[in-house]
Design a protein around this ligand. Structure first.
Ligand code: HEM
Length: 156
């Protein structure tokens, strides 16, 4: 009776031929190395280790996504979005005439409607500039984009 002979060596521990298992090891090793050198795989919580000084010209040109804003949602690191611009209000929390708690409700989130419906004066709107750290990318904006929501009190 004819028997089929395999020339491939089999390992007792694995159902795969030894050569194929070595190939898999090589693939896993290459993937791990790529993850190590790939900048996109770096933890996003480290992304803002470079501190942005609020209100500087550099801050004006910085594009910050909503998902990045959401990382700054604590009393020690508090960002909000108002009319598509991103503000670091950490140092203002305890100076705010309306109190810190109300602002912390919007930490890491969009506060445009809350800001507007609290009837802030034009002075308050102007004061926003001091805290500016960046602006949302065009595709995430609701106001400052072609065809966006038009309101009389959106600052320049
Ligand atoms: C960076 C953002 C903010 C700035 C610069 C700011 C600034 C101010 C200023 C200067 C006032 C005094 C009244 C005025 O001039 O309008 C005020 C009052 C007030 N703010 Fe804000 N504010 C900010 C965010 C918010 C947010 C997100 C809320 C959320 C609802 C809020 C709620 C209030 C309320 C309720 C008052 C009235 C306090 C009172 O009259 O007793 N503010 N804010």
């Amino acid at each position: 009776m004819a028997t089929v002979q395999s020339s491939r060596k089999m390992s007792l521990a694995s159902p795969l031929p030894v050569e194929q298992e070595n190939d898999l090891d090589l693939v896993a090793f290459t993937m791990a190395a790529l993850r190590f050198v790939n900048p996109w795989s770096v933890d996003t919580s480290n992304k803002w280790s470079q501190r942005i000084e609020p209100g500087t010209p550099e801050a004006k040109d910085r594009v910050i996504t909503l998902s990045e804003v959401s990382l700054h949602d604590t009393p020690k690191d508090c960002w909000v979005v108002i009319y598509d611009r991103v503000y670091d209000i950490t140092d203002f929390l305890y100076e705010h005439p309306g109190g810190d708690e109300i602002m912390l409700e919007y930490a890491g989130r969009d506060a445009s409607t809350a800001f507007r419906s609290s009837g802030h004066s034009s002075i308050a709107t102007k004061a926003l500039d001091r805290f500016l750290v960046g602006e949302l990318p065009l595709h995430e904006r609701m106001y400052r984009r072609p065809g966006g929501i038009r309101l009389s009190d959106i600052p320049e």
